[in-house]
Design a binder for this molecule. Structure first.
Ligand code: GDP
Length: 216
């Protein structure tokens, strides 16, 4: 790892070393808070490991539990990071097993409004369970993101459950399938919340989205 990479990882670490707090849950687009300078959102199928990843990212064990409390699972949950330059938005889980179609449809209402009307939203991290790869529900979300022209990046979760060859395969497949999509960021991030793998890199990726002048 070069000096530049070390520097980036340190910027990411510093960004999340400060306070992180739950701000509010939004059930209706009219309830959105004023835009933060930079917003990043996390989306993924239910059970993909989104809460665990947000907890690992922020270094707080229970920060994302609030998003999973009854009444909050269908909301956009806003967390402020550091001195208010960044908000992390926990989007509702979508598409899981039999409820897939209905959940994707529900997700599309509020989420679509948010995605379309939020210039400060720099990137949506779309979480993909590394054991399962991209599912049809994920494709539906990619379509929506492409259509809204919102930059998004795939993040594989639970990679501790895979052997190295299987991980390599799913990373290559994911990159290939997203390579053709206009709004997708081609780099696949591989993470494990259990082992903290890839978490410093994810923090560094987010830190790079904040304009340099206001980073520290
Ligand atoms: P959410 O529904 O997307 O918020 O998912 P959760 O964070 O609640 O995780 C769903 C399940 O996956 C739970 O049983 C977690 O313990 C498990 N899980 C989450 N992240 C990881 C991980 O990195 N590795 C492993 N092995 N399990 C994980």
């Amino acid at each position: 790892m070069g000096e530049r990479d070390e520097e980036r990882l340190e910027e990411g670490r510093m960004l999340f070393a400060g306070p992180v707090a739950f701000l509010l849950g939004v059930a209706d687009i009219a309830g959105l808070p004023p835009s933060f300078p930079v917003e990043v959102a996390f989306a993924g199928r239910s059970n993909v490991g989104k809460s665990s990843l947000i907890n690992a990212l922020t270094g707080r064990r229970d920060i994302a539990r609030v998003s999973n409390t009854p009444g909050r699972t269908r909301e956009l949950n806003f967390f402020t990071v550091g001195d208010g330059r960044l908000a992390v938005v926990d989007m509702p889980g979508y598409g899981y097993a039999r409820a897939e179609k209905r959940l994707v449809r529900q997700w599309q209402g509020l989420a679509r409004d948010y995605l379309r009307g939020r210039p400060s939203l720099r990137r949506v991290f779309v979480l993909i369970d590394a054991r399962h790869g991209i599912k049809p529900a994920d494709e539906a979300i990619f379509d929506l993101l492409d259509e809204a022209a919102v930059n998004y990046q795939p993040v594989l979760t639970k990679i501790d459950k895979l052997k190295p060859e299987a991980l390599e395969r799913v990373m290559a497949e994911t990159a290939e399938r997203l390579g053709k999509r206009p709004a997708a960021h081609p780099q696949v991030l591989a993470t494990s919340s259990v082992k903290s793998t890839g978490i410093p890199e994810l923090r560094a990726t987010i830190a790079r989205l904040i304009p340099a002048g206001s980073r520290s």
